[in-house]
Design a protein around this ligand. Structure first.
Ligand SMILES: Nc1ncnc2c1ncn2[C@@H]1O[C@H](COP(=O)(O)OP(=O)(O)OP(=O)(O)O)[C@@H](O)[C@H]1O
Ligand SMILES: [Mg+2]
Length: 228
């Protein structure tokens, strides 16, 4: 069918460290369609987070092209990238990255400030997404008044608030116990079922089993790419 949501061609990313150049991504080609559910796996240091940062427009490649939703983002400036990121991408991190001393409602509403919504629109939408992740009775709680699983739900609600086209999650269950991980993965299943494209990094085969496609990186290259 039509154009892929994500099309990266011969993406390389290296970092200059003193006199040395560290070659991290060594030429990656990937197409991901709208509505896919992808797990990104591979050994520590293989380049998963580096690739996620590029996919999420938090970083730009050293060379190669990245077409996101028909737009070439590989050569965009920081302010253009920030705009794309805010509109198209929801990020979920292993360590939740919530603002302390800030309620769940305000944490979730935050990305809407940059998108230019009014205070009442922001609160209404944040309440709606918090309800979607079953936290309607915790909206006024601050992160330190929530469990790990609840904090991750707040982070997921924040990722969803601007209705992005892609949800990127870098080891979203890495800090959670097995039972809580399963609950969070059920939530990602729902998000995917609602039509979102989901890409998540995990070290655990049981977590990757939720996805419909598993891409394995090794040493900065795609080692295998298997669709169920
Ligand atoms: N800013 C940077 N400067 C120099 N080297 C970097 C930088 N960012 C990442 N690297 C190197 O790139 C390699 C890949 O890092 P990356 O974080 O992408 O791995 P990963 O696959 O996510 O690993 P993990 O499973 O441990 O999270 C590592 O060797 C790392 O040291
Ligand atoms: Mg990583």
């Amino acid at each position: 069918m039509s154009n892929p949501l994500i099309k990266i061609t011969n993406i390389k990313r290296d970092f200059v460290l003193g006199n040395e150049i560290v070659y991290v991504l060594k030429g990656i080609d990937l197409e991901i369609n709208k509505g896919e559910y992808v797990a990104l796996m591979g050994p520590s240091g293989s380049g998963k987070s580096t690739l996620m940062n590029l996919l999420g427009c938090l970083d730009t490649p050293t060379s190669g092209t990245y077409i996101l939703n028909g737009k070439d983002v590989s050569k965009m400036k920081d302010d253009e990238l920030a705009e794309i990121r805010n509109k198209e991408i929801g990020f979920v991190f292993q360590t939740f990255n919530l603002l302390p001393r800030t309620t769940a409602l305000d944490n979730v509403a935050l990305p809407m400030i940059y998108a230019g919504y009014s205070k009442s629109e922001r609160s209404a939408r944040a309440a709606e997404v918090l309800t979607q992740v079953n936290l309607e009775d915790r909206m006024d709680h601050q992160p330190n008044q929530l469990s790990g699983g609840q904090r991750q739900r707040v982070a997921i609600a924040r990722a969803l608030v601007n209705k992005p086209s892609i949800i990127l999650a870098d080891e979203p269950t890495g800090n959670l116990d097995t039972k809580t991980s399963d609950e969070i993965m059920k939530l990602f299943n729902d998000i995917h079922a609602n039509g979102n494209t989901v890409i998540l990094v995990t070290h655990e085969e049981e977590i990757a089993a939720y996805a419909h496609r598993i891409i394995r990186l090794r040493d900065g290259m795609v080692e295998s790419d298997i669709k169920k």
